[in-house]
Design a protein around this ligand. Sequence first.
Ligand code: HXC
Length: 513
Amino acid sequence: MGRSFDKFQERNELLNNQYDKTYFDKQHKKGKLTARERILLLFDKGSFEEMDAFVPPANVSFGKSSKSMGDGVIAGFGTINGRQVCAFAQDFNVLGGSLGSAHAAKIVKIQDIALKTGTPVIGLIDSGGARIQEGVASLAGYAHIFRRNVLSSGVVPQLSAIMGPAAGGAVYSPALTDFIFMTSSTGYMFVTGPDVVKQVLNEQVTPDELGGARVHSSKSGVAHFVYNDDENTIAGIKMLLSYLPSNNIENPPFVNTDDPVDRSEELLRSIVPDDPDKPYDVRDVVNLVFDKDTFFEVAENYAPNMVVGFARLGGFVVALVANQPNVLAGALDIDASVKGARFINFCDSYNIPIITLEDVPGFLPGTDQEHDGIIRHGAKLLYAYTRATVPKITVILRKSYGGAYIVMNSKGIGGDFNFAWPSAEIAVMGPEGAIAIVNRKELAESEDPVTLKKELVKKYRDEIANPYIADEKGFIDEVIDPALTRTKIYRALKILEKKSVSLPGRKHGNTPL
Ligand code: HXC
C-alpha cells in the first residue's frame, strides 16, 4: 500500500487511540457511558457511519482549549432495528460537552441530512451549554441548531435524551424537539444553574432539586420519559421509535399481530362502577381494548389525570388520549390540557390516528386554575383536537359533561366516530349541579329536600344524562356493547384509513399559547 494510505491509517489510529483510561474512568465513575459507547449501543451493530470525526475545536485565545478530534460531539447516521436514523452524542469529557462553533456545525450538518432525507434525529445530550471561551460564535452555533429544530418540527421526529448536564443553551434544542428522555441518575436540565440561582436569589438548591428527572417528569412537564441509567434510556428511545414513522409522509410501522381484531372482552361491561362517583383505572380499559402489551405511556407522571401514549390495534399504531377517573376524577386542568394538546399535535403531524377514551366531569374549577389561565390552556386542547386531520375516534365510557364533552373530540369539532357505552352520561352538567340550578325553587320550598333531590337526580339521569338522547339526535354514532369496543374501533379505523381532508389555505393558524 502506498504512502497516502499509510497517512490515512495513521490518522485513523490517532483518532481511535486519542483517549486513555482516565477518559473512560471519568465518565464510568459517574455511572455514565462515554459518547461513543452510547452511540454504539443505540445503533445496530456495525451500522453507524460517523461524519466529521477529525474536526478540531476552534482555536481561541482565551482560556482553555482542547486538542480533541471531533470537538466533543460524535455525529452521524446508521440503522436502528433496520431503519435509518441520524444522531449526535455530546462528549462531556471534552470541555464539558460545551458547544463551540465546530461542535455546532457538526450537529447542523446531520440535522440538514435528516431533513432532506426524511430521517428521524436523536440527540444524546451531556453538555455545559454554550462554550464560554468561544463567545458569540457558540451562541450563533446554537441559533443555527434551533433553526433546524424548528424547520424539522412536524417533518421528521426529533428525540432528545438528557444523559448528563444540560445547561443554558443545551436545554433549548431539546425543548424544541418532540420528546425528551432523561436518565434519572445523571441527567439534569436548567436554563440557569444553582450557582446563578444562589447569586441572584440567594436560594440554595441542588442541581437535582432544580432540574433533575423527577422535577421535569412530574412538575415542569419538560421530560416525557425517565429511565434509571444510560442502557435503559437507550432501550426506551428504541421502543418509542418502533411506534413512529420516519417522517410526515410515511405511515407508522405496521406489525403483524396474532391478537384477533374481533376479540370480545366481557370484562369491559363491568369495568365502569355503577356508582358514578367511584373511580377506576382507565389503563385497565386500554389494556383490554388494544393489542396485548402494546401500550407505551408518554409522560406518565405529569398530569396523571390525563393518560396519553401509543398502542397498536390490529397491528396499526394508534395514539391514545384518555381521561383518568383515578386522579382528580379525570377533570381537565391546565397541565392535562397542555399535555393532551402537545401529544395530539405530534400525532397529527405524523399520521397517527387518535383514539379518545372519555370519562370527564368537566374542567377543574377554582381560582388557581382560572388565574393561571385554564381558559387559554384549555383552548390549546380544543384547538389541537379541532385542527387534527388524522382519523379521530372517541368512546365515551361514562361522564361527558359540559365543555369537556365538546373538547374531547366531539363530532361537532370534527370527531370522525363517536361511540358511547350504555354507562355514558352526556349533558351540560352533572345531576347535582343541574338540579341545584334548575330546581332551586322547588328544593328550597320542599319539606323533604333530601328525598326530592334524590328523585330529581334519578329523573335527570333517566331523561337527560344518558347516551340515548345523543344517539337519537345523531350527536354520537352508536351506543355500543363495551365488550365489542375493540372491534368497533378497528372497523372505524379501517374505513378511516383512506380519510382525506384539507384545511383552509393559510400561513399557519394562531394556536392559543
Ligand atoms: C466551557 C465548560 C462549560 C462551558 C463546563 N465546562 N461548562 N467549558 N464552556 N459552558 C468545562 C469546565 O470548565 C471543566 O473543564 C469541564 O467542563 C467539566 O466541568 P465541571 O464544572 O468540572 O463539571 P461539573 O462539576 O460536573 O459541572 C457541570 C456543569 C458546570 C453544571 C455543567 O460545568 C457548569 O455550570 N457549567 C456552566 C454552565 C453554563 O452556565 N453554561 C453557559 C450557559 S449560557 P476542566 O478543564 O476543568 O475539566 C448558554 C447560552 C445559550 O448556554 C442560551 C440560548 C438560549
